[in-house]
Design a protein around this ligand. Structure first.
Ligand SMILES: [Fe+2]
Ligand SMILES: [Fe+2]
Length: 322
């Protein structure tokens, strides 16, 4: 038997083992063999997810210095810090696949890797903080709960903790909106205005329609994704409609109505041209978000240098004492 035959044979056995793990709903771990395409798809998705958490700190961070009370400030600060934590878990998960965190950050800043289009919209009033919690974190929960069963172990485990925190984010947003809706007419109008601006971008968070989502099929075959974009979008709409009714706001979609036959809501089509425009870097906030991220990264250089120098020194002194 030639070496080539042997490696092919071993390769087939490893591929069979991988397929069996996925088929049985078990977890693929960092040391397991995995197809190159699987690794690449995961790095892309996890990096994009990590970038979204970190960039997502900006729209709400914008209101930290202007929160209307100490209580609101403490809640918002805790929420924004959670998002930083989510980013860090996710960069760590990407590193278990052989990605390099510095490289991922460089790719984000250079515009070579994407983040969720939603974070390119501006936060114009404090009601936006509430609506982001309710709708944006709500949509994130719809997306992320099924990822707790994703086939890649470190990603799935990171999602379990992330989802617990997202649930707090959603509640703090909804509670803020409830408070504002029981306030003055101006406060109610502010909430409705924020809902009008965020509803459609929130629907776009699930990605393009299934027919235009070329990676979905492979992602589902590998057990990374568990539901299609359109399924998750439908779930989000069905979940949000009764919440909007209790809140007393109108969702800005004239086609939104209950469909008895389907047992689900019919709803209008998001403006996919706007979505593509924002994804391609031309949304209202893209340039500002990346400029801020680059600035924060540049400002942190001395911290990274100091940490590296300290680690080197520590290693040297350990080596010396042996
Ligand atoms: Fe998050
Ligand atoms: Fe969140």
């Amino acid at each position: 038997m030639t070496l080539g035959d042997a490696s092919t044979h071993v390769g087939t056995a490893l591929a069979d083992e991988f397929d069996a793990i996925v088929a049985d709903g078990l977890r693929v771990e960092p040391r397991d063999w995995m197809p190159d395409g699987y690794r690449k798809m995961l790095i892309r998705q996890i990096a994009q997810h990590a970038h979204s958490e970190i960039i997502g700190m900006q729209p709400e961070g914008n209101w930290l210095t202007r929160a209307p009370s100490l209580r609101r400030k403490a809640i918002l600060m805790a929420k924004v810090q959670d998002e930083a934590g989510h980013g860090l878990y996710l960069y760590s998960a990407a590193e278990t696949l052989g990605a390099d965190r510095a490289d991922l950050t460089a790719k984000l800043i250079e515009g070579k890797q994407k983040y969720s289009s939603i974070f390119n919209y501006p936060t114009l009033t404090f009601a936006d903080v509430g609506v982001i919690g309710w709708l944006v974190d709500g949509a994130a929960i719809c997306n992320q709960v099924p990822l707790c069963r994703s086939s890649y172990g470190p990603y799935a485990r990171a999602m379990i903790r992330v989802c617990k925190e997202e649930s707090f984010h959603q509640r703090q947003g909804y509670e803020l909106l409830m408070t504002m809706m029981s306030g003055t007419g101006a406060q109610r109008a502010m909430v409705q205005g924020a809902v009008d601006r965020w509803w459609w971008p929130a629907l776009m968070m699930f990605g393009p329609p299934d027919a235009d989502s070329p990676n979905t099929e492979q992602s589902m075959a590998w057990g990374i994704k568990r539901h299609t974009n359109d399924e998750l979008r439908q779930r989000f709409v069905d979940m949000s409609v009764p919440q909007a009714q209790i809140l007393g706001v109108t969702l800005p979609d004239s086609q939104l109505r209950w469909n008895e036959e389907r047992g689900a809501h019919d709803f209008g089509t998001p403006d996919w041209d706007e979505f593509m425009n924002v994804v391609n870097g031309f949304g209202p906030g893209n340039a500002e978000r990346i400029t801020n991220r680059k600035q924060a990264h540049d400002n942190g250089e001395w911290v990274r240098d100091a940490a590296t120098a300290f680690a080197d020194k520590h290693r040297e002194s350990e080596g010396g004492s042996k």
